[in-house]
Design a protein around this ligand. Sequence first.
Ligand SMILES: *Cc1c(COP(=O)(O)O)cnc(C)c1O
Length: 231
Amino acid sequence: MLETIAQALGDVRQGVARAEEDAGRPAGSVALVAVSKTFGADAVRAAYAAGQRAFGENYVQELVSKTEELVDLDIQWHFIGPLQSNKTRAVAERAHWVHSVERDKIAERLSAQRPDTLPPLNVLLQVNVSGEESKSGCRPDEVEALARKVAALPRLVLRGLMCIPEPSADEAVLLARFGLLAQLRDRLAAQGFELDTLSMGMSSDMALAIRAGATHVRVGTAIFGSRSYRH
Ligand SMILES: *Cc1c(COP(=O)(O)O)cnc(C)c1O
């Protein structure tokens, strides 16, 4: 497993580098978050041994168990999944980043529960860029108000925006979705928000996201293989 993961990680890093170059962006401008959801601590260790430091988790229970099993490693944990208000404490105590803040109440709880012994929690606002009723993320027209709320909370640092567009075989459609997130970030920047992060792009569409300005791509399958869900 160790070798397979190391090899796959190498391939993904090359893919990121190629996409940066194709997009005319500086080498190293895109950070790779390895999404380890549903995989065990041993898979995370294998990626860590191959130099990976940022890992993404979707489920609070997995964040808890892996942070406990892997306390000996210097990992930057990104919580990227849906977050219910009764589960915020574990995330506030364990994550370095949360990509999936979509309403004030969650942000308020994360700020209140962030331990004083830790630096402020880095927060991204998840935006629904595809406009379907069922998907998570706030609406584009709600982002500014949410950004004001989050920026005012003492134990959070608002770093940027995140999206998960509806899958599409049409590259132009995906590019437009990613482009919308970049526009929203620009609009907030014009309002005085200092945002340095756009989290967008997964295994299947990371090159397009990088073309549209992603600073963080969240890649699972291309590193760890396909998932068998227990949920
Ligand atoms: C699972 C997941 C990913 C990784 O998706 P892959 O297609 O496996 O690369 C990225 N972001 C979020 C929010 C996810 O839930």
